[in-house]
Ligand binder design. Sequence first.
Ligand code: DI6
Ligand code: FE
Length: 415
Amino acid sequence: MTPFEPLVSPASHASLASADGVWTHLRLATKASEQAAIVVADGKIGWVGPRADLPAEFAALPVHDGGDALVTPGLVDCHTHLVYGGQRANEFAMRLAGASYEEVARAGGGIVSSVRATREASEDELFASAAKRLECLLAEGVCAIEIKSGYGLTLEHERKQLLVARRLGEAFGVTVRTTFLGAHALPAEYAGRSAAYIDLVCEEMLPALAAEGLVDAVDVFCERIAFSLAETEQVFKAAQRLNLPVKLHAEQLSDMGGAALAARYGALSCDHIEHLSTAGIEAMRAAGTVAVLLPGAFYTLRDTQVPPIAALREAGVPMAVSTDHNPGTSPALSLLLMVNMACTLFRLTVPEAIAGVTEHAARALGLQATHGAIAVGMPANFVLWDLREAAELAYWVGQRPVRCVVRQGRVALHD
Ligand code: DI6
Ligand code: FE
């Protein structure tokens, strides 16, 4: 296999081989017993179905032999904090010695220590460190990713993070959705003045960054150690005035009622939700809000409160699975490992976990029209896996089963 080549400019993505043609010798993960074919035309899915039904009009196109690979849609990582300065292995060690996440945060560690390092880093330094992390995710078939701000906490430094996120998307030819998370933590200079900081977020930071086209969605960390329900609603109102969709870090450490509030604002997703209540589930169902499960944070914090999976399933709330990549609670750079953990720790079924990193993850970003499925008219984003059956996507730990990635109509990684 040729090593994965990072793409350094949009032009270099365009210079990759086009995926146009007929992809044969494939088995769709949803129906692995059947030979399938995918037609890519002008970088989009032109046709998909059983090989035997391939219309004659496509027979003359160039053929890409899939070598009997299993195929899924390109993966979508719908909740990450990928851009930040430094790392926090020291806090990992503190927690091993007995400190809780909340104690670490109260001792001046936690999010605010990443804020210091992020403010000190230049845009280029942030780009270089995040690019390395992004390459890990792309090598596993990620074709769309959400990247949050939230480690700058001033207009200047939040802008820097979001600009890096946009640059990553262009440089790697990957779909990036940016989420403004100015209400992630109270910066040290606002200690004791939470209301003033939230005013700044709502009245200056968000409107300015939105006007610069840097914000696709707005998120808040609604928690005892972060922002209250009332402060969360203030941010949601500011987002609503700008016609921006909202999402929420909800009920991770306690039941704050955040999910029900977010659902009232038509949230795309509520994320973490270990402590989600029955009322929260019902509100999410009614609003069509996606439940984003983050087993990497659950695992790293050695949490024991499992999200209410059975109730979510019964209510028909779509469940997504993501890395929550961040330097504090989820230093995970493998979405496949999250698939494994969602099954092992949260008891998702294999089809649920796969939908969680494709269809439902796309929906959590409002990208369901373009990502998360192999469907006619969508940009061609799909992954060929060196696997016999879909359950292997959840089963192996640490394998590298990707054979080929078609990203945005280009062959971005191949053997
Ligand atoms: N919830 C999380 O799990 C991360 N942020 C959040 O709102 C933690 C971020 C960090 O510790 O740096
Ligand atoms: Fe998070």
